[in-house]
Structure formats: structure tokens, C-alpha cells
Design a protein around this ligand. Structure first.
Ligand code: NAD
Length: 541
């Protein structure tokens, strides 16, 4: 009756393959790129295991080769959203009754399939559809996703720590899924996050409606195929493509909404939260709201910082995956004494960066995700070029073949300039140069300048200065790095998430996150129940 899972031992992180010339993984990836590049799937919603193609079709194109059609998906809208919610609710009882051990094995199998025969399919889909280089795809759609799947099983198996049972009593603590369904709404920029948001609640026995980002449809399609190949029962995860609002409208209007697992912009999460707030009396249970949202991630350099290390961290942290990581370095505070050397080194590194088609493995950067992102960045760069308080370096743009925005470094004299406060989500790093004597004032600025608090890095060779800055920036980042770039969190090593405008800080890929998808029940059994109601204190002397 009571399921107590045996613990699953801690896995090791999936090794990152190199894709160096001559390696088997490079050949396999090139084959997968050729195969997927030659297909144009008509991507179906998958609801109760059935493929449906309702709703107006939209093109899925390669951001770096916009003439290249990769497939078509459909705007599922309210109709598909409603079917998906119904299908999830129909699957709920069976899935909740499936022992944790059996659920876990499905996700472990998925991890092994991905580590083996599926690896290059998901990598190629992520490269083509989201314009990631081979390395950026490998650390996302292969390693991070494999780690999410394996580590979540390990963490979930340890959640069931049991309470004490004194003589005569047996106490059992069991984790039930939430009552209802979970809505997972996922971003374009990480295939691993897009898969983990529905997978983590499903591992805990929940049923899910998954709405991937329109611009991540190709990798989401292959991810859904992989869920099915691993043996996930029909109806446990139901995917609906297209615009978010019609699907979330239907989901949030349903009294069985039990939770939202969201990653994306702060604005959309606020909108979802607001709607849930307005409808709160209509739900059967208080929905769990978990959202990882925007960032304006900082690098704070102390005068003692290692110049070459700092410059490399700025360039990698700001420009890998075109700065489209929630954790990307986008504002830096550098003391005037070292800035000329840091700038020289950073600009020299930027000069070496090749931008272009990700199928050409010499390129360090691909294109930004779509025309909207390109226009937003082009506008901010253009305004900076005409702003006398800004000095712009780099900033080579091209929209002929694809949406290319080259690495851009802007020096500002106003620490509260919009480029220091707004999330721009592109390869744009803004630097404020501060007088060496003003470390404390600048730390206060860094703490207060942006509404976000996701990641940050402090650079110093002086341990006391590191500790001092970490204290001043205590609430400024959920993931803080010393002498490193602020990106590249690894599952099981740096649980990820931020607070303030950056989200609920429920640390994806950790026990903290998984607990949000469980509704614990405590069950007490008394072996020999008392047969009278009298207590000793009531007896006469
Ligand atoms: P986005 O907010 O535009 O879209 C995210 C998802 O929400 C998509 O599936 C989209 O279709 C859906 N959506 C959009 N409008 C909606 C609405 N009105 N109602 C319901 N759903 C709606 O974000 P994006 O551009 O895909 O991703 C970039 C953002 O994600 C950045 O802000 C980035 O910082 C953030 N992000 C955060 C983390 C983190 O861990 N904190 C990780 C990755 C990305």
C-alpha cells in the first residue's frame, strides 16, 4: 500500500564530448545534421499519445539560414489546450498509482537513450533550430538533459526520508503527486530546460500539459519522440505547440490546475501569476507556481582581479550562445586601474570570434533566435552608437542569410544607463568603469541597479575582497561565482535559479525543485489501539 522507493545512488555528470576533428562523435553529428537538415517534418501535437495537427501551421526555420525550412508546427490554441488538459487528467490516476521505481526507470532509460543512439538527433535539432554551436548543443541537449534525468531520479528517491516510529506505532511519509495537472511553459534557449520542465513533475507522478516555445519546436518535437521511445505512458506529458496565451488561458481556467512550471521572461511569469491570483478561489488546490525568469547578470571586478582570466570570462560569459543564456554576463564593473588592459585583451579576443552558420564548426557564435530578437538588439545598438555617453565596440550586424548580431561591448559613463538595467538577451556586454577607491559605492550600485538577481561573478585575487563583495551582493544573485564566468551551471554541482525579478529560486535539477511537485502524506498506524478514553491523571489517589 505504501510505496517506499529504494534510494538510487548519485550518478556522475555526463562527460562532454569534444567534437574535435577525427572523433566519432563529430562524424555522427555531421550525419545527424545532414539527416535533419533534409527533413521538413509536419510537427504534431501529441495528446494522449495521439498525433494531432490542428491549428494554423507556422514555419520552423534555422535562425542562421533563414531560407532553410526545418519543419512546420501548428498553433494548437485553446482547442488543443483543452484536449491536452483532459488527456492529462484521464491519465492521472494510473500514473499516480505507478510505483516510483517504475516511473524512475522510464526517465533513466530516456537518459541512456540520449547518452547513446539519440544524442546526435537532439544535438542536431538544437543546432539547427536554435542556432547553437556543436559545443553549446552538447552541453545543453545532451549533457545537461541527461544529468537532469539521472540526478532528478537520485534526488527524488532521497525525498522519502522517513519520520521516527516509536514502539507501538508505524509512521510513514509518502509523496503523492499534486492533485490535478501541471502546466509546463518552456523557453527557446535550452532544450534541456524545455524537457526538464515537464519531466521533473512527471517523475514525481504528475501529469503535464507542455507548451514549448515556438522557436524551439524542432528540438521539442524530437524530445517528445524520445519521451515516447523511453516508454512514457500516453497522456502523462501532452505537448501543444504554438502561442502560449491561448493554451495557458484554458489551463488556468481549469479548476484542476495544480501547478505551473515556467521558464521564460519575467513579464510572462508575472502575467501567469496574476491570472492565477485572480482565479485563486476557483482551484481545488493552491497551484504551485515555479518560475525561473530573466536576468541581468553581473561581473564585478576588484582592482586585484586577474586581467587575462577576467577578460576571457567576460567574452565567454557574454557571447557564448549569442548571449542568449539567462545567466549570460551582461553588465560588468571594472576598476579604472585595470580597465585599459582588460579592454585590450577582451577586444583582442572578440576580434578572433567567428560568427556564422553553426554547421561550420569554426564558428564560435551562430545567429540570434529570430527577427524580433534581431530588431530589438539592432535598435539598442543603434541607439548606443548615437548616444554620446556610450562607446561601442564590435557590433557587426547582418540579416542577409540569418539573424546575425556580432559580439558587442559598450562602455557607459552612466551606471544606471538602460544597457546596465534591462535584460537584452543578446551578445551585448555593457561595462561601467569605476574609480578604484569606490569599491563599496560600486558594489552598492551593482546590488541595486537591476531588478533581477540570477547570476553574478566576482573577480579578485584577494580573498578578503571576495568575501566582502559576496556580503555586499548577498541577495544580488542565486548563483554566485568567484573568479569564473557567471554561466555554465552543472546539474548536481551548482543548483540553478535566482530570486527578485529572476524567479522563485526553486533550483532546477535539485531536491528543492522536486519537492514543489509533491504533496506529502503522513500515515500513522497504531498497532494496539487503546480501548478506553481515560488518562492516568484522571484517576483518584
Ligand atoms: P518568453 O517569456 O518569451 O517565452 C517563454 C514561454 O512562454 C514560451 O513558450 C512562450 O510561447 C510562452 N508565452 C509567451 N507569452 C505568453 C503568454 N502571454 N501566456 C502564456 N505563455 C506565454 O521567453 P523566451 O524568449 O522563450 O526565453 C527567454 C527568457 O527566458 C529570458 O528572459 C531568459 O532570462 C529566461 N530564461 C530564464 C532561465 C532561468 O533559469 N532563470 C533559463 C532560461 C531562460
Amino acid at each position: 500500500m505504501f510505496e517506499i522507493a529504494p534510494a538510487f545512488p548519485a550518478p556522475v555528470n555526463e562527460p562532454i564530448l569534444s567534437y574535435a576533428p577525427g572523433t566519432p562523435e563529430r562524424a555522427a553529428l555531421k550525419d545527424a545534421l545532414a539527416k535533419l537538415g533534409g527533413e521538413t517534418p509536419d510537427i504534431p501535437h501529441v495528446i494522449a499519445g495521439k498525433e494531432l495537427r490542428d491549428g494554423s501551421a507556422f514555419d520552423v526555420r534555422a535562425p542562421h539560414k533563414k531560407a532553410k525550412l526545418l519543419g512546420r508546427a501548428h498553433n494548437g490554441g485553446e482547442a488543443m489546450g483543452r484536449l491536452a488538459v483532459d488527456a492529462a487528467l484521464r491519465a492521472a490516476a494510473d500514473w499516480a498509482a505507478t510505483p516510483f521505481e517504475d516511473r524512475a526507470r522510464i526517465f533513466l532509460r530516456m537518459a541512456d537513450l540520449l547518452a547513446g543512439p539519440w544524442r546526435q538527433t537532439l544535438n542536431a535539432a538544437t543546432m539547427l533550430g536554435q542556432s547553437k554551436t556543436a559545443y553549446q548543443a552538447e552541453i545543453d541537449s545532451a549533457c545537461e538533459l541527461i544529468d537532469f534525468l539521472r540526478f532528478n531520479v537520485h534526488f527524488a528517491s532521497k525525498l522519502l526520508e522517513q519520520p521516527i516510529s516509536p514502539p507501538g506505532v508505524r509512521n510513514v511519509f509518502e509523496l503523492r503527486p499534486l492533485e490535478g495537472f501541471v502546466l509546463a511553459v518552456t523557453p527557446f534557449n535550452f532544450t534541456a530546460i524545455a524537457a526538464n520542465l515537464p519531466a521533473a513533475p512527471a517523475l514525481l507522478g504528475n501529469v503535464v500539459v507542455w507548451k514549448p516555445s515556438e522557436t524551439q519546436s524542432l528540438a521539442a518535437y524530437h524530445t517528445m519522440r524520445l519521451f515516447q521511445a523511453a516508454g512514457l505512458p500516453d497522456g502523462v506529458i501532452n505537448v501543444v505547440y504554438g502561442e502560449g496565451a491561448p493554451v495557458s488561458d484554458v489551463a488556468l481556467a481549469n479548476p484542476n490546475l495544480a501547478g505551473i512550471h515556467f521558464t521564460g521572461s519575467t513579464r510572462v511569469f508575472q502575467q501567469l501569476w496574476r491570472t492565477v491570483g485572480e482565479k485563486i478561489a476557483s482551484y481545488k488546490t493552491f497551484p504551485r507556481l515555479v518560475g525561473e525568469t530573466g536576468g541581468k547578470d553581473f561581473v564585478f571586478a576588484h582592482p586585484s582581479a586577474n586581467v587575462d582570466g577576467l577578460a576571457a570570462a567576460l567574452v565567454r560569459g557574454a557571447f557564448e550562445y549569442q548571449g542568449q543564456k539567462c545567466s549570460a554576463a551582461s553588465r560588468a564593473y571594472v576598476p579604472v586601474s585595470i580597465w585599459p588592459r582588460v579592454r585590450e585583451r577582451a577586444l583582442a579576443l572578440i576580434e578572433t570570434i567567428r560568427v556564422g552558420d553553426v554547421e561550420d564548426f569554426r564558428n564560435f557564435m551562430g545567429a540570434v533566435i529570430d527577427e524580433r530578437a534581431y530588431n530589438r538588439l539592432a535598435d539598442r545598438i543603434d541607439r548606443a552608437k548615437h548616444d554620446p555617453s556610450c562607446t561601442v565596440h564590435g557590433a557587426k550586424l547582418s540579416r542577409d542569410e540569418g539573424w546575425f548580431v556580432g559580439p558587442t561591448l559598450v562602455e557607459v559613463t552612466d551606471p544606471n544607463h538602460g544597457l546596465m538595467t534591462d535584460e537584452l538577451f543578446g551578445p551585448l556586454l555593457t561595462v561601467f568603469v569605476y574609480p578604484d577607491a569606490r569599491v563599496d559605492e560600486t558594489l552598492a550600485l551593482c546590488n541595486a541597479t537591476s531588478p533581477y538577481a540570477l547570476t553574478g561573478a566576482i573577480w579578485s585575487e584577494d580573498r578578503k575582497a571576495l568575501a566582502h563583495a559576496a556580503k555586499a551582493l548577498h541577495q544580488a544573485a542565486g548563483n554566485l561565482y568567484f573568479n569564473d564566468k557567471p554561466t555554465g551551471a552543472v546539474v548536481g554541482q551548482q543548483p540553478f535559479g535566482g530570486a527578485r525579478g529572476s524567479g522563485t529560486n526553486d533550483k532546477a535539477g535539485s531536491a528543492v525543485n522536486l519537492l514543489r511537485w509533491a504533496s506529502p502524506r503522513t500515515v500513522k498506524e497504531t498497532f494496539v489501539p487503546p480501548t478506553s478514553i481515560e488518562y492516568p491523571f484522571m484517576q483518584q489517589q
